[in-house]
Design a protein around this ligand. Structure first.
Ligand SMILES: Cc1cc2nc3c(=O)[nH]c(=O)nc-3n(C[C@H](O)[C@H](O)[C@H](O)COP(=O)(O)OP(=O)(O)OC[C@H]3O[C@@H](n4cnc5c(N)ncnc54)[C@H](O)[C@@H]3O)c2cc1C
Ligand SMILES: NC(=O)c1ccc[n+]([C@@H]2O[C@H](COP(=O)([O-])OP(=O)(O)OC[C@H]3O[C@@H](n4cnc5c(N)ncnc54)[C@H](OP(=O)(O)O)[C@@H]3O)[C@@H](O)[C@H]2O)c1
Length: 451
């Protein structure tokens, strides 16, 4: 029997462990390198890798039912939107359940992954070890490298108070926000959570935004919102109309809360989910503001000319997609954009695969699980990619549709609808299986090394 290709997985967050489990079950030779001393990545509060963006109060905004891996349900005792400690425990239990902890090398940062002339990957770690693999699976996460406002606001250097990015907000320092005047910038989920939290202890909290968002509740009709999804077989326009109507009936217009009117229709931005923010605004504990125009000493001026005293500014301005271990000439994501076929396969560079590098309307974990099985099928010769021209045309069409639908922003470069992605992947995998069968299930990445 032809030996299977060898593989290296970078990262053991929820995406990396899904990849490692799939490789382990199918008998691949592989290493999984994890910078931290434990699995779970972002969900490990105060993770010693310094890469977690979790704060003390963080709960999922995707429901338990839709976040769990297909073959390892979360305990029934878990609430619908579990706390980060429960998620971290769940990922830890997953590794033990499937028995691959010894395949993960902990406290080992990958510093370099270089593609050699023969197509294999030379991976170097901080400890000085270098090994070569046939395939590289990148699962290093994309919510750890903070993106500060670009360009910086005038006067940021003169502000004098505290400025921090959401990534560095842990909720542990009781004095950081207590009795302070706090400005939170952004309309994503970090801004919702941090502004809400600030509003309970601060002197006053201002929520500044350069664009409005449709704030959606965690529950609708007594069910977690993401469990009420309509079939991807229904045209998107019809689904959107149904969602808009429901939102209008249940939440109403954003302007009624003093928030800016969204400059886009529902579904044209990554979902902003919050059970609390609207009530904190309605209670007068948070005052919406337009974007920051300028900072002065202990003051923030907004684009409508209004000005407030401020002690703390929290920038919830998103994250950069970074691969510090890859040669940027070969692969990088300028402005967060890395075109991939079905968010997994690089169109030009063979032997490299991405897991979890997508922004689903829904949870990442089951999609990472699906992608991992798909990559394994590919590496085992059971799934073949379409011919190059077809692959590129498919990728471009997918990107064009996404960019057309979503508001232009660095946060909208890899959006997918959960159920649509699953359905499309199922169909594409079937096509690829037929292609592979026609080619005699030849391995796409020939093992360059003795097994
Ligand atoms: C505050 C917050 C809340 C979120 N809430 C949700 C939610 O409710 N539902 C949801 O689906 N998604 C949510 N997300 C998205 C989040 O990205 C995923 O939940 C999940 O963490 C993705 O897992 P991952 O393994 O891809 O990345 P991560 O969790 O970031 O894990 C990456 C792992 O790779 C390791 N690593 C990185 N670089 C290296 C290297 N060079 N060498 C070795 N190891 C390396 C890291 O140590 C880490 O363990 C949230 C994100 C944030 C910031
Ligand atoms: N489980 C949870 O409850 C939870 C909590 C936090 C985060 N998350 C997840 O973590 C990921 C990151 O979320 P995030 O909220 O940190 O980031 P994000 O979704 O990228 O949102 C960034 C926000 O900052 C704004 N922004 C960016 N640059 C700006 C600038 N220069 N000036 C003014 N505004 C600017 C963006 O506006 P534009 O839209 O105009 O670009 C957007 O409103 C998402 O997937 C999110 O779902 C989940």
């Amino acid at each position: 029997m032809t030996p299977l290709p060898t593989a290296c997985v970078i990262g053991a967050g929820s995406s990396g462990i899904a990849a490692a489990k799939a490789l382990h079950e199918r008998g691949f030779e592989f290493d999984c390198f994890e910078a931290s001393d434990r699995v779970g990545g972002n969900w490990v509060f105060n993770n010693r890798n310094g890469m977690s963006s979790a704060y003390r109060s963080l709960h999922t905004n995707t429901s338990r039912e839709r976040t769990q891996f297909a073959d390892f349900p979360m305990p029934a005792s878990y609430p619908d939107f579990p706390h980060h400690t429960l998620l971290a425990a769940y990922f830890d239990a997953y590794v033990d359940r499937f028995g691959f902890r010894d395949r993960i090398t902990f406290e080992t940062l990958v510093t370099r992954a270089e593609r050699l002339a023969n197509g294999s990957w030379q991976v170097s770690t901080e400890g000085g070890t270098t090994r070569t693999y046939d395939a590289l699976i990148v699962a290093n996460g994309h919510h750890w490298d903070p993106r500060w406002p670009e360009p910086a606001f005038p006067g940021q250097d003169r502000f004098g108070g505290i400025q921090l990015h959401a990534h560095h907000y842990t909720g542990e320092d009781p004095d950081l926000l207590r009795d302070k005047s706090v400005v939170v910038l952004g309309m994503g989920n970090s801004a919702m959570d941090i502004a809400t939290e600030a509003s309970f202890v601060s002197k006053h909290t201002y929520l500044a935004a350069r664009r409005g968002a449709w704030v959606i509740p965690k529950y609708i009709l007594g069910r977690p919102l993401d469990t009420l999804g309509l079939s991807p077989r229904i045209p998107y326009a019809v689904r959107r109309r149904a969602q808009e109507t429901m939102l209008k009936l249940i939440v109403g217009e954003m302007q009624r809360y003093g928030l800016p009117k969204p400059d886009h229709r529902f579904g044209e931005a990554h979902p902003t989910v919050s059970a609390d923010i609207l009530s904190r605004i309605a209670h007068g504990e948070i005052t919406p503001k337009p974007n920051i125009a300028e900072l002065g000493e202990g003051r923030v001026r907004f684009t409508d000319g209004s000005e407030v005293e401020a002690d703390v500014v929290v920038y919830c301005t998103g994250y950069k997609v970074s691969f510090p271990f890859l040669d940027p000439e070969l692969i990088s994501a300028p402005a967060n954009d890395l075109p991939l076929f079905r968010r997994v396969f690089h169109p030009d560079v063979g032997g490299i695969y991405f897991v979890g590098l997508l922004q689903p309307v829904g949870a990442i974990m089951p999609l990472a699980e699906l992608q991992s099985a798909w990559i394994c099928d590919h590496l085992a010769g059971r799934y073949h990619l379409p011919p190059a021209a077809e692959l590129r045309a498919d990728m471009e069409a997918e990107r064009a549709a996404m960019f057309k639908r979503y508001v232009a922003s660095k946060r909208h470069t890899m959006e997918v609808d959960f159920d649509d992605y699953v359905l499309a992947a199922r169909r594409e995998r079937r096509r690829g299986e037929r292609r592979a069968a026609r080619a005699g299930n030849r391995l796409p990445v020939a093992p360059a090394l003795p097994a």
